[in-house]
Write a protein that binds this ligand. Structure first.
Ligand code: 9WN
Length: 447
């Protein structure tokens, strides 16, 4: 394996190309998630993008995160999309209609849902990089980390206040898009219960016109459900309490919960360093402990894999995907469970599968029924997911494992196309090319 693709850039040339992608995707105001398919700012993309940007320009990395947080809702939610003027993406701001919300920002249009809370991780990374840069960058990064901390705290508090219904302790999502893994088979069962009503206003998809092969994207049936959930939320005036009470989709997301736990840990570290309020630091410590316990509590007794919970149907979702490895991100699972997960991750069901071009986890195991190597979150490998595991493993002191994932991530992306996701056996880039967050994580790996 390794020569299945014609082009392979040496690391310095790959880094230069990645830098160019970020510069080319810069509208001057924001770095769009991708040039054509995603012409706006996405919440978790912006976090990863700022990490890559910090390698090029610490100031620009800071301003990217500031732009996202200027769109934070008054209740604390960080919206999943901050819209630019471009109208090439559907659903755009008119379809979301978040003007009906009491808590939305005044000066900018946003969607009405959120995405995984990886922003504290990005702030800490920008700070680390800024500190190794010039004295001016160090001072700016420190001021920024201190100033943005209360907004990060408010964001985390929103997730606890509004999104931890029920007793599982898992953070709940009200739309598959909130997971960042839109059409993962994780959501097939809860989505099957979402019945688009007759009142679903007609719409025309734009994504399938941009991605050459529509079968790499979610199906129309799936889109009907995505749009129906937006319709429900708009009708509820984006009132979180109403949405969590009534929406047809409510799922405890174990991957989001694990990221939340570790992001709370990071905020505690930053809070102590910059002298933030002790009672808020104590809140974050408690939230981290609760989230970690919820992730550990979700693990299947035989496989050890962490599970999401359908909070409408009150049952565990046993579909095995890369999210099953969530306890490895945040810790807290018993040793025997952790060992089981690590050996599963290394096995031929996951990273050790003999046919993989690069030994990094696909979104779904190639050995599972339903695995589709070309279909979005149903099989392809996603560089940002690899980055998250390599970052978490480094943080946990598993340096060798972190290095292997980083090397695998570079191998996956060394064709220089910066695909949104990759076919795991051939390494073909799929979805969008020149995807900003792919370029950003590659820059972080290479610099
Ligand atoms: C919907 C921008 C986003 C990522 C998500 C990814 C995809 C959007 C879409 O693109 O989702 O939010 O239209 O498919 O699934 O993780 O943040 O890159």
């Amino acid at each position: 394996p390794g020569d299945r693709r014609p082009v392979r850039y040496p690391e310095p040339a790959l880094a230069a190309r990645a830098a160019r992608v970020l510069r080319d995707n810069d509208t001057g105001a924001v770095i769009t998630a991708a040039p054509r398919l995603y012409p706006h700012m996405w919440s978790w993309d912006a976090a990863f993008i700022s990490i890559g940007l910090a390698r090029l320009d610490v100031q620009r990395a800071i301003s990217e995160l500031q732009t996202l947080f200027r769109a934070q809702w008054r209740n604390g939610m960080v919206p999943h999309i901050v819209f630019t003027e471009n109208d090439a993406y559907f659903p755009g701001p008119d379809r979301w209609g978040t003007e009906v919300a009491h808590d939305g920002p005044q000066h900018v249009r946003t969607s009405g849902i959120c995405q995984p809370p990886v922003h504290a991780i990005a702030v800490q990374r920008v700070l680390e990089i800024g500190r190794r840069s010039s004295a001016a960058d160090r001072a700016d990064a420190e001021r920024f980390a201190r100033d943005i901390w209360p907004s990060l705290y408010a964001w985390h508090r929103w997730l606890v206040e509004y999104r931890t219904p029920g007793s599982s302790g898992l953070i709940a999502i009200v739309h598959g898009w909130e997971s960042g893994m839109d059409n993962s088979p994780r959501w097939d069962v809860p989505y099957a219960a979402v019945q688009p009503g007759a009142g679903l206003p007609p719409y025309v998809r734009k994504d399938v016109r941009i991605v050459g092969d529509p079968s790499e994207r979610p199906s129309d049936r799936e889109y009907d459900r995505y749009l129906w959930l937006i319709e429900e939320m708009r009708r509820a005036g984006y009132d979180q309490r109403k949405i969590v009470r009534n929406s047809s989709f409510l799922v405890g997301d174990v991957f989001v919960t694990a990221l939340f736990a570790v992001a709370c840990d990071v905020l505690v570290e930053l809070g102590k360093e910059f002298g933030q309020a002790p009672e808020e630091i104590a809140d974050l410590q408690e939230w981290a402990d609760n989230a970690r316990a919820a992730v550990a509590g979700s693990c299947h007794s035989v496989s050890g894999m962490a599970r999401d919970r359908d909070l409408r149907a009150n049952r565990w979702l046993d579909t095995q995907t890369v999210a099953g490895f969530s306890p490895l991100l945040c810790g807290g699972a018993p040793d025997e469970v952790q060992l089981k997960l690590l050996s599963l991750l290394d096995s031929d069901r996951w990273c050790g599968h003999p046919e993989l071009l690069a030994p990094v986890p696909p979104s779904v195991s190639p050995m599972r029924p339903g695995f589709n190597p070309r279909q979005y979150w149903r099989g392809p490998q996603w560089p940002v997911v690899v980055w998250l595991f390599s970052w978490a493993f480094e943080r946990r002191g598993w340096h060798e494992r972190a290095r292997k994932l980083r090397d695998g991530g570079v191998k996956l992306t060394e064709d220089g196309s910066f695909g949104e996701y990759y076919e795991p056996f051939t390494g073909e880039p799929l979805g969008s090319t020149d995807q900003s967050w792919t370029a950003a994580v590659v820059l972080d790996w290479l610099c």
